[in-house]
Design a protein. Structure first.
Length: 390
């Protein structure tokens, strides 16, 4: 199946690679159910292959899962590279792509079966994806806020940490040097305290000092100040949405059967644990071994040897981008909270590794530990201290 938004193109081939059926089908429940029945009428021994495992393919995958049909997934990059070796070369059509997907699924024995996650894993994937989008939107909004404020009040832009809630709150009420001078430090401090801003006195003093340093009103200041206030309110709205998503995400994560085991690993909190379940589906049987999970996370280097060059290891190009992030951040936290992780990190640094390679090595080691914890259903237990003989 070559997946599209409105239509998919399906190609059915037999064990010899002969094309049996080829047509386009609408991405609707009735049409897809008819397609499934049509294919199963040819043979019940079928392997379904798609080039996308989310988005437009979600309805098809759900229907195939309900009919207990085995599914495999080839990435778009794999299909693109394989298509160049077929007749037609670089020519591209939906029918050709569907045939390449089917033929690759027929020949390749290294494709794992696609397993839709359970209800909690799917919910966590939705929440983590949305949270990441909102965090990116917040970063973009703060950058726009900085750029707009710098055009009318560069001294204040240099003085404020716009990642802090108090600084953004200040800009919703005061944006220009003249307005800050008229209000004065005491009034601004009271205004901030009424809005429960921490460090109100220091923030008010900083704003007044910046206003004293700029006595000139720049052209377009009035409209630009209104834009600054609007952008600041937008940042605060995004902060509220992130807080709401964090609450929903943590509550849903705690309902997962592996939640307590995952949280037991030092440095792995609810948000990073939710990222782990969202990336893996929470089912370790889908990977078969800790090494395959490490490959999926991009933490297992691949050899790049050629000729006289040997022992050249590089990070693979194909891996899940969210999973190494959660393992890397949790490893970073564990170096300050877990003696065993700290000792392993220091050992890697003593071997000559830099900070980032040492953290990646620690993340790989912790992934093996987490794999074993989930497999055994046991929480993390630190190694007991070794005492010398009396």
């Amino acid at each position: 199946m070559d997946i599209g938004k409105e239509h998919h193109h399906r190609v059915v081939i037999n064990a010899d690679g002969e094309r049996l059926l080829s047509r386009r089908v609408l991405n609707g429940e009735a049409e897809l159910l008819e397609l499934i029945g049509e294919v199963l009428a040819i043979s019940t021994d079928v392997l379904w292959a798609v080039d996308l495992n989310h988005g437009g393919a979600a309805l098809l995958i759900g229907l195939l899962h309900n009919h207990d049909q085995p599914m495999a997934c080839l990435t778009g990059l794999a299909v693109y590279r394989a298509a160049a070796t077929y007749k037609g070369g670089e020519g591209k059509t939906d029918a050709k792509d569907a045939f390449v997907i089917a033929d690759q699924a027929r020949m390749r024995k290294d494709l794992g079966l696609l397993r839709p996650g359970d209800e909690i894993a799917v919910d966590l994937r939705t929440l983590t994806t949305r949270r990441l989008d909102v965090v990116f939107d917040r970063t973009r909004q703060i950058n726009r806020l900085r750029a707009q404020l710098q055009e009318i009040f560069p001294a204040l832009e240099r003085s404020l940490e716009l990642v802090n809630k108090g600084s953004v709150m200040l800009l919703t009420g005061y944006q220009t040097p003249a307005a800050i001078r008229r209000a004065g430090a005491k009034r601004i401090e009271t205004w901030l305290k009424n809005r429960k801003v921490r460090g109100a006195a220091a923030l008010a003093k900083t704003a007044v000092e910046a206003a004293q340093a700029q006595q000139t009103a720049l052209p377009g200041e009035k409209l630009a100040a209104a834009m600054v206030a609007r952008l600041a309110k937008g940042v605060m709205a995004l902060d509220e949405e992130i807080a709401e998503l964090d609450t929903l995400l943590e509550a849903r994560f705690r309902e997962h059967p592996h939640a307590e085991v995952i949280r037991g690993l030092p440095g792995m909190g609810p948000k990073l644990g939710a990222d782990f379940i969202a990336a893996t589906g929470g089912d370790m049987d889908a990977f078969g071994s800790a090494d395959r999970l490490a490959g999926f996370a991009g933490l297992a280097p691949r050899p790049r040897d050629s000729g006289r060059v040997s022992g050249n290891l590089r990070r693979p190009k194909r891996y899940h981008r969210g999973l190494p992030r959660s393992m890397y951040l949790s490893a970073m936290v564990s170096t300050t909270t877990c003696p065993a992780s700290k000792a392993y990190y220091q050992r890697k640094r003593a071997e000559g590794k830099g900070h980032k390679p040492a953290l990646l090595a620690l993340a790989r080691r912790r992934l093996n530990v987490l794999w074993a914890m989930i497999r055994e259903g046991q929480c993390y237990q630190g190694s007991p201290p070794v005492t010398g003989a009396a």
